[in-house]
Design a protein around this ligand. Structure first.
Ligand code: NI
Length: 169
C-alpha cells in the first residue's frame, strides 16, 4: 500500500465533479486500499474522498471511531462508501470542521444532524444505514468533495473561519 498525494486548496482540481463508479473491479479495490492507507497516515484523518488524491470517482472513506469529540456518540467504524447518496435527513448541527485539503484552517459549518445513507462497498454490495452527530457530519463533508466543494464554500462569514494551529508531529 502507498500513501497518495493529497491536493490542497486552492488547487483547481479539487473543484472537479466526480463520476459514478460503474466497475467494482480489482483496480478499484487496490485504489480503495491505498486511499484507506492514506487516510490513516494523515493527521486527524477521519475521512477522505477520492478526488482529494486527484481521482475523480465517487468514493469516500470514513472512520470516526478513533476521534474524540463530544458529538461523536454513534459510529460504524471504517466504512467504504461508493456512489453514496443521502436519502433522508433531519435536524441541524454545527461542528468545527477541518480538511486534509485545507491544512491551515478550520471552520464552523451547518449540516444535517441525522442522515440516512445508501451506498455500495468496494465490491459493489449495497449498504444502507443511518447515523447522526459527528459521523453524519464527516459523511456530508466527504460528499461535498465529490461535488467539487470544500467546507470553505459553506462558510457564510469570516467569523466562522479559524486559522489552525500547526499539526503536532
Ligand atoms: Ni475534506
Amino acid at each position: 500500500m502507498k500513501k497518495l498525494q493529497i491536493l490542497t486548496y486552492p488547487d483547481p482540481r479539487l473543484k472537479i465533479k466526480s463520476q459514478e463508479i460503474t466497475q467494482f473491479d480489482k483496480n478499484l479495490q487496490q485504489f480503495i486500499d491505498n486511499l484507506i492507507y492514506t487516510m490513516y497516515n494523515s493527521p486527524a484523518g477521519v475521512g477522505i474522498a477520492a478526488p482529494q488524491v486527484n481521482k475523480h470517482i465517487r468514493a469516500i472513506i470514513i472512520d470516526a471511531s478513533n476521534y474524540k469529540h463530544k458529538k461523536n456518540k454513534l459510529n460504524h467504524g471504517l466504512m467504504v462508501l461508493c456512489n453514496p447518496k443521502i436519502v433522508d435527513k433531519d435536524g441541524e448541527i454545527i461542528i468545527r470542521e477541518g480538511c486534509l485539503s485545507v491544512p491551515d484552517y478550520t471552520g464552523n459549518v451547518k449540516r444535517y444532524n441525522w442522515i440516512k445513507v445508501e451506498a455500495y462497498d468496494q465490491y459493489g454490495k449495497l449498504i444502507t444505514f443511518d447515523t447522526e452527530g459527528f459521523e453524519a457530519v464527516v459523511i456530508q463533508h466527504e460528499l461535498d468533495h465529490l461535488e467539487g466543494k470544500l467546507f470553505l464554500d459553506r462558510i457564510s462569514s469570516t467569523k466562522d473561519l479559524f486559522r489552525r494551529k500547526v499539526y503536532k508531529k
